[in-house]
Design a protein around this ligand. Sequence first.
Ligand code: S3P
Length: 441
Amino acid sequence: MSGRLGVSADEAVRVVAPARSLRGSPALPGDKSLSHRSLMFSALSAGTQRIHGLSGGGDVVATEGVLRALGADIRRDGEVLVVGPAELREAADVLDCGNSGTSMRLLAGLLAGQPFFSVLTGDSSLRRRPMARILEPLRRMGAQVDGAGQGTRAPLALRGGGLVGIEHRSPVASAQVKSCLLLAGLFAEGELLVREPHRSRDHSERMLAAGGVELDVREDGVAMVCGQRPDFGDVDLGVPADISAAAFFAVAAAIVPGAELRLLQVGTNPTRTGLLDALDAAGVALEAEDERVEAGEPRADLVVRGAALRPFELGGAVIPRLIDEVPVLAVLAARAEGVTTIRDAADLRAKESDRVATTATMLRAFGIAVDERPDGLVIYGQGDRPLRGGAVIDACGDHRIAMAAAIAALVADGPTTLRGVDAVDTSFPGFFTTLDELRHG
Ligand code: S3P
C-alpha cells in the first residue's frame, strides 16, 4: 500500500516505490560527528558558544541529554543551541547514550577525567558493541572503569580523575578511540600519543586546535601535552551538512536514470571524503561548487548526476574515510555491471549492526549476488537492469541499512517493504519525507 508519494504512513514500516526521476536539493541534517564534538568541547570551554546547524538526530540528542545531566549549561534559542560555561558534576542517575557509539566512547573519555562516579549505558545494540578498545587505554591512563562482559561492554561504570598521558597504538583506525583519549588527555598530566594504522576522521583535532589546544598531528597519529582545555570564547559555530547523510542522495542521483541532485554545504573534510573517491571510481558525474572553510572544516555544494557505472575496489586507507558509507556504496556497486570488492572493513561488523552481514542480506533481498568475506564484500553488480521488487527488508535496528535499502528500492521493479525504519531517526529524522520531495514524474 504505497501512499501518494510512494511511501506508506506507518511509523516503523515503510513501503518505498520505484522513482522515475529525482530532482532538487534535499534538506540534510548537520554533521553528526561534528555535532557531538561541538556540544562536548563547548561544554568544556569558557565563553558562550552558539551552535548553528546541529544534527537533530537521536544520537546527538543523547549527547545533549548526558551533558545536561552532568550540569552543562545548554539552552535552545530557536534553531540555535547555546552552550555556556559550567563546572561538570556527578549525575544523579545513569547516563543513557541510546544507540550512539560516538556518545558513549567520547563521553567515556571525558568522564574518565572527572573526579566523580558515572555510569554510561545505552540500548541493546550499543550494549553489544565492543568497548575494550577504549577501556584498556583509559585504564592505563589511571581511570577506574568496569563494565559488563568482564569489563568489555556497556553499561560502563567509571570513577575518574588522576589520569596520566600514555602512548597508545590503536589496532583499529577509529576516531572514536582517538577522540576518547584526547578528551581524557584534556584532564590528565604528562603527554599523550595516539597512533592508528590509517588516519581516521580528524574533527576532534581540528576543533581542539580552533579552541587553542596545541596538538602535534602526525602521519600516524596525534600527540598532545595533557591538561590543556579548549577555549572558543563567545563565538558562533556552524556545523556543515553531514556527508554520511548526503551519501544516500548522492548514490540515489547516481543510480536513478536522469536524476540530478544538489547537496548543499556538505562537510568535505578530506578524512571523510572517501565517498567522493568511490563515486569518481564508479564513473559518477560529480561537481563541487561554492567551496568554503568555516572553523577549520571545509564544505561545498555537491552536484551529482547519473552515468553508466563501473565496478570499483575499496580497501586500505580509504576505508576509514568512507566507513559509514559502505552500505549505500554497496547499492551503487549493485548497479555497476561487474564485480566490486570491498576489503579491510572488518570493523563494519562492530557497528550498529554487523554491517557486512546486514548489507549482504539487504542486497540479496533485491536479487543481487553477494559473497560475504570476514573483512568485506564481493558484489556482483547487474548494471542498470532493475533490482527485484517486492522485497521485505528488516533494518536490523540500523539506520544506515534502512536508508541504503530505501535508495536501492528506487530502482527496483516494484515496491519494497522496509521494516524497523524508525532507526533512521538516530541520524536523519525526516529522511523519508525528504526522499519523497525529490520525486518528479
Ligand atoms: C565516528 C567515528 C566512526 C564512525 C561513527 C562516527 C566519530 O566510528 O563509524 O559513525 O564521530 O568519531 P569508529 O571510530 O568506531 O570507526
